[in-house]
Design a protein around this ligand. Structure first.
Ligand SMILES: [Zn+2]
Length: 275
């Protein structure tokens, strides 16, 4: 008996459909094609076996929307629309640097892309990442030794790909220059809005909880948010469990301020942190 429609979440639906599509076929057991191709492209470049299961499962963070993740997800699936994939194009050189063929592998080492990555190093450091690897970190969201990064840095890497690709396309279609500083600022701005959203969610959740409190049953009183939540957010800030107040780390604030995008959710002038 299939579950009633009302009980189906998007995640569940995707799972069910994938199962239906791959049931009894080779794909059901064989690794996705992307794994095989990336293994070939990156042969000898990584000092550890690629932890595919962890990587596929790492989709979604508290700081990213599905749209934020889309470009990175396409890159991982080898489905990003690079020039090398379009056989009708006579010029397949990279839209950014112009010197190499624009392949997905090239984007990981493209000097123009690297410049943006270098500029983001202080922010990555502020969210707990001190060492990065061209492939492990920027493609898979792993530390140089192959362990999955935590949510906040993973979120930043995904937002990075979304914004970089958007600027790449813009350069081609609208003939707007790809300016490192503007791309970095755009990434910082998106990251800032996701932080504000998280802060707003926590505040809203806390207010709802207080309102829902049944005064006749004081034993039900939940005095604080789950500790696991504080742990989850710990790379961007300190979560006060009784109030839901999320105080952002100085390092993150400094970077966002330097980019001119910092917005203080908790300042008295802000009405609820909407932006
Ligand atoms: Zn390039």
């Amino acid at each position: 008996m299939p579950p009633p429609l009302s009980e189906l979440t998007i995640k569940r639906l995707t799972k069910e459909f994938t199962h239906l599509l791959t049931k009894g076929t080779k794909r059901a057991s064989a690794p996705p094609n992307a794994e095989t191709v990336w293994e070939q492209r990156l042969a000898g470049k990584l000092a550890f076996p690629i932890p595919w299961k962890d990587i596929w499962k790492s989709k979604g963070t508290f700081l990213t929307t599905p749209k934020d993740e889309n470009t990175w997800w396409k890159l991982l699936h080898r489905a990003l629309q690079t020039r090398s994939r379009d056989s009708t194009l006579t010029i397949q050189s990279c839209r950014l640097c112009g010197s190499d063929k624009e392949t997905m592998l090239h984007l990981l080492t493209c000097l123009r892309v690297r410049k943006v990555q270098d500029a983001l190093a202080p922010l990555l450091q502020a969210v707990g990442v001190s060492a990065t690897d061209t492939y492990a970190t920027w493609l898979f969201g792993l530390c140089p030794r192959g362990k999955l990064l935590r949510e906040a840095p993973r979120a930043l890497i995904r937002i990075f790909w979304r914004v970089v690709y958007r600027h790449m396309v813009r350069k081609e279609i609208d003939r707007v220059q790809f300016v490192t500083e503007l791309v970095v600022k755009d990434i910082a701005h998106t990251f800032m809005t996701r932080i504000l959203h998280t802060q707003m969610e926590r505040q809203r959740f806390n207010l709802k909880r207080v309102e829902a409190q049944n005064k006749d049953r004081p034993n039900d009183y939940i005095t604080h948010l789950p500790r696991s939540l504080a742990e989850r957010y710990s790379d961007i800030g300190v979560l006060d469990l009784p109030t839901g107040y999320l105080e952002i780390h100085d390092g993150v604030i400094d970077f966002l301020k330097a980019q001119g995008v910092w917005s203080d959710f908790n300042s008295p002038g802000r009405a609820g942190g909407t932006q």
